[in-house]
Design a protein around this ligand. Structure first.
Ligand SMILES: *Cc1c(COP(=O)(O)O)cnc(C)c1O
Length: 313
């Protein structure tokens, strides 16, 4: 097997990210809750996409790309971080975003404005239309271009979170439960595969903040990444656990999510976002309420970032 940190990757962030205990929340929940601070990955406003982009943009550079296309919702954290990273590496980012949600110049769109990023909107619900548009525009550029899928969730992007699991092991931290948000599935797939490889005894729980069929998407991404690593593993349904925390819809704040955001802010002085991490932490609180954690358990919550979204609601 190839080690994930030996795969071509370009340094973009500051790693390892810290792990620390949430003392007040632990006391309230009668267990030991820790946070892995991937909101502090060091590029842009931080967030999980930095780990994926280290692999994806290394591939883009290796292929001689001058232009990098990606997509997402209007307020995509992934798109904003791709623009930040591509610009830093001397490539031109072009974002083709779904014309859905908050399209005013606030949140991530404001940050893209500050970077002078070329942002286009497409009035479609189907990413296939957007990938076709990337090829149409890319084909007429006359320079090599590179396409990154929504959320950076392909096999290469998933390696970022396989490597995060390796990083947690190297930090000497044992988690009984590892909890993350699931938006396009790559983070969860990487952590679940990484746990299988590096974190024996850790259960990975994904909190779904969208309604895509993650029961199929997750193992498919895990298998693709395992193939890339030439890892001899069999992916099984018990390798991951999924919980629906979407509420009224993707990128629509939920009551539980908002309460979780307030609790984390008041008790720990840490800000979660309304689209991903607020809803994911609400899932952790729900699990605690249902008695999923023992008093001696170590529960590790991945704070995957999303600061740009806090200022849009
Ligand atoms: C993209 C994103 C996620 C979800 O990660 P996926 O790999 O797309 O499932 C979680 N949190 C934040 C802040 C994100 O931007």
């Amino acid at each position: 097997m190839k080690q994930p940190d030996r795969f071509p990757k370009i340094p973009l962030g500051i790693f390892p990210t810290p792990i620390h205990k949430l003392e007040n929340i632990s006391r309230k929940l009668h267990t030991n809750v820790y946070v892995k601070r991937d909101d502090l990955t060091g590029l842009g406003l931080g967030g999980n996409k930095v780990r994926k982009l280290e692999y994806l943009l290394a591939d883009a550079l290796q292929k001689g790309a001058r232009v990098v296309f990606t997509t997402g919702g209007a307020q995509s954290n992934h798109a904003m971080l791709t623009a930040a990273a591509a610009g830093k590496l001397g490539m031109k980012p072009i974002l083709i975003l779904k014309k859905r949600g908050v399209t005013e110049r606030v949140g991530n769109l404001l940050l893209e404005h500050l970077m002078g990023t070329e942002v286009l909107f497409m009035d479609t619900d189907d990413y296939a239309d957007i990938y076709r548009e990337m090829d149409r525009r890319g084909g007429s550029l006359g320079v090599p271009y590179y396409k990154i899928p929504c959320g950076g969730s392909n096999a290469l992007g998933v390696l970022g979170y396989v490597d995060c699991a390796r990083e947690i092991r190297d930090q000497g931290f044992h988690a009984d439960h590892l909890i993350c948000a699931v938006g396009s599935g790559g983070t969860m797939a990487g952590l679940a595969l990484g746990a299988k490889l590096f974190l024996p005894g850790t259960e990975v729980h994904g909190m779904m903040v969208d309604t895509d069929p993650f029961e199929q998407i997750t193992p498919a991404l895990m298998r693709e990444a395992a193939a890339l690593l030439e890892a001899d593993v069999t992916i099984r349904p018990e390798d991951f656990d999924l919980l629906g925390m979407c509420g009224p819809g993707y990128a629509v704040p939920s009551r539980e999510g908002n309460e979780a955001i307030s609790q984390m802010a008041k008790e720990e002085g840490i800000f979660l976002d309304p689209v991903y991490t607020g809803k994911a932490f609400a899932g952790l609180l729900k699990m605690a309420e249902e008695g999923a954690f023992r008093e001696t358990d170590h529960v590790l919550f991945l704070h995957s970032g999303g600061a740009g979204g806090i200022f849009t609601v």
